[in-house]
Design a binder for this molecule. Structure first.
Ligand SMILES: [Zn+2]
Ligand SMILES: [Zn+2]
Length: 270
């Protein structure tokens, strides 16, 4: 048995949900502070996000590597019940780790054990951020009318879970269908008109996308993300917050689940 650390925890540094020292604190827009995992657990029941228009300079590195979909998703604050989002408070995290070195380390070990247990059980939900969009520039020297130099892209915080991305371009491109098996998931072309790029994002076995309305027992390895190329300025992007889970296949199932389409979105200007 580990000895109880002799550190007295100030009231303000205790999580209002688990009543332990705050670990990986997140701050809600309504200014409540709680553990990232406590917020995640609370918000886990909220629905999956659609494609949300985002600034083009937003990078995957802007998201925590320990990203949990639920933390960033809109949820009702467990403290005051207003609809809110939470973001990591790294300043407080550093301060807590310095103020309570023993307790903070103890909390870290607990959290890791908890995460390992959840992941190992196969029931754990993992979060994923997908950025989808296109870069664009006008190529004055281009032949014919193909002056739009565009690069469609899909970036994902968990590329290790992606089996492949099947991209469908306009029929006038040769070939119109491409399968990208490793990052970067990008297609660079010249063209004269905008169209909708359709991407089927396929997860490795045994992962499944968690979507509203798909049953917990059926593995759903494919989602479809539509992106209409934006020829405004430098391009545009949107983000999707998705959740995945390991699902062990029923041996009698043919495994061909139908793709789930996300609501289509037109990009806003950057
Ligand atoms: Zn907590
Ligand atoms: Zn609140």
């Amino acid at each position: 048995m580990a000895e109880t650390p002799a550190e007295a925890i100030a009231h303000d540094d205790v999580c209002p949900i688990c009543h332990l020292l705050l670990f990986d604190p997140v701050r809600t827009r309504c200014n409540h502070i709680l553990c990232a995992s406590c917020m995640a657990q609370w918000a886990d029941t909220t629905a999956l996000s659609n494609i949300i228009p985002s600034r083009l300079d937003l990078n995957l590195s802007d998201f925590s590597p320990d990203y949990v979909a639920a933390i960033h998703a809109e949820a009702n604050c467990p403290m005051c019940r207003t609809l809110t989002t939470a973001s990591p408070d790294t300043t407080l995290k550093t301060a807590l780790a310095q103020r309570y070195p023993l307790t903070y380390e103890e909390r870290r070990v607990e959290e890791l054990a908890l995460r390992a247990a959840v992941a190992g059980s196969g029931h754990g939900t993992e979060g994923m951020v997908i950025l989808i969009g296109n870069k664009h520039r006008i190529d004055r020297a281009a032949e014919n009318r193909n002056t739009h130099d565009w690069t469609w892209f899909l970036r994902c915080s968990r590329p290790d879970l992606i089996e492949e991305v099947r991209v469908s371009l306009h029929d006038s491109f040769r070939p119109p269908q491409l399968t990208l098996r490793a990052p970067p998931f990008e297609v660079h072309r010249w063209g004269w008109g905008s169209f909708t790029v359709k991407a089927n994002v396929v997860l490795k076995e045994p992962y499944s996308w968690i979507t509203d309305g798909n049953s917990a027992a059926t593995r759903n390895p494919v989602i479809t993300l539509d992106w209409t190329l934006s020829f405004e300025g430098r391009g545009n992007q949107g983000r999707v917050r998705a959740k995945v889970r390991k699902i062990l296949e029923d041996p009698h199932d043919d495994g061909r689940a139908s793709p789930v389409a996300w609501p289509h979105m037109e990009a806003d200007h950057v």
